[in-house]
Design a protein around this ligand. Structure first.
Ligand code: MG
Length: 370
């Protein structure tokens, strides 16, 4: 016996309006439509499909996708729902980061009147080394008055890729250093992040350009981890598996998150950090500047304090030198230049299997008035 649209709607929890829409979309056509009145009638056996549609709507799944899922066998439908949800969580993660940034940015704007920028001086050094095994160095590192950066190129054009990434950011250092001998807080923080995002886009386009002009370079790309200072704030940009560390109050904090397959497995609880370190696919990157459209970098603001010491490094350091050893060198060696030398020496003492790059910056306090 067939149910009227009202009865079927009541039983399925779907409104008559929704049922008419789902009919028009071919998602849930009625069992019979009265040719004279146009009234829709449904078979009770359709309740199961209607229930699934209702649940998927509650998940926020778009109707076109629901129609696909409803036509799948249960096992495939389960996989499709899981894939949809993984995508939602990934999108939400990106939006959460954006929301955090906006809250931070607007809060700073609110207090900007009371807190004029107090520019900080940094002492800095950067060094990159081929290591003991590789034939060439595809890493690049840079340290300047307003910028600290490391990039780890991969593929046949890895070296030009990392160099292009650093070059795109170096323009920011020159621009920032050019204002009133570097004593002004530079550009506002929000503008700084926009500028940084543009620079990352330019870097990505430069990498794409390399691959397009020389087909033998297909598959090239680079990581990029960098900091740009403005006043007492710094903006951090990060994509790939190079890292940024902060030594503050004697403690060492990793302030970037590796964009690697093994790190995502650690995050999901499928792998322990120890297992990740020896995993055969530990270098597989989930994100990098590879010229693709999805090369999204993490961007955020960070408050620098006098006494802070920052380290940026490529995986040639962290894959070989244990965290406590990095911590010890950073805590003990006063001069940035000597610190980067000692860190690279440790990587080479550990076999130097990869190119290794380090950049260290010390925040030493307010700049003297001009
Ligand atoms: Mg490397």
């Amino acid at each position: 016996m067939l149910l009227t649209i009202g009865e079927f709607g009541h039983a399925s929890g779907l409104s008559p309006k929704a049922l008419r829409l789902y009919d028009e979309l071919g998602l849930l056509p009625p069992a019979r439509v009265d040719p004279l009145t146009g009234y829709r009638f449904y078979d009770p056996a359709q309740l199961e499909r209607a229930g699934l549609v209702a649940w998927l709507r509650r998940l926020g799944m778009p109707l076109a996708r629901i129609r696909v899922v409803c036509d799948l066998a249960p096992g495939a439908a389960a996989a499709a729902v899981a894939a949809y949800w993984a995508q939602v969580e990934s999108d939400t993660g990106v939006r959460r980061d954006l929301a955090t940034f906006l809250v931070d940015h607007l809060s700073r704007k609110d207090t900007a009147m009371d807190r004029p920028g107090t520019p900080l001086t940094i002492r800095y050094a950067a060094l990159t080394d081929t290591g003991l095994i590789r034939e060439s160095n595809q890493d690049a590192a840079y340290a300047g008055a307003r910028l600290l950066a490391v990039a780890d190129g991969f593929g046949a054009g890895g070296a030009p890729a990392s160099a292009a990434a650093i070059d795109a950011l170096r323009r920011l250092d020159l621009a920032a250093g050019g204002d009133a001998a570097g004593t002004q807080p530079g550009v506002p923080a929000g503008t700084l992040l926009n500028t940084l995002e543009n620079a990352v886009r330019q870097a990505n386009e430069a990498v794409r350009g390399l691959a397009e002009t020389d087909p033998s370079l297909q598959g090239l790309g680079t990581t990029l981890t960098a900091m740009v200072w403005t006043g007492s704030q710094l903006a951090l940009v990060h994509i790939g598996d190079s890292r940024a560390y902060l030594l503050r109050g004697g403690e060492l904090f990793q302030i970037t998150h590796d964009h690697t397959l093994v790190q995502s497995m650690v995050d999901d609880g499928r792998l322990s950090p120890g297992e990740a370190a020896s995993h055969p696919q530990r270098t597989l990157l989930l994100r990098a500047l590879d010229g693709g459209d999805t090369a999204a970098a993490d961007l955020r603001l960070h408050d620098a304090l006098p006494g802070d010491r920052y380290l940026l490094c490529s995986d040639g350091l962290t894959a070989v030198v244990p965290g406590p050893d990095i911590h010890r060198v950073l805590a003990a060696v006063t001069e940035p230049e000597q610190a980067v030398r000692e860190l690279i020496a440790l990587a080479n003492a550990g076999g130097g299997p990869d190119n290794v790059s380090c950049a260290v910056a010390d925040v030493v306090g307010d700049e003297p008035a001009p």
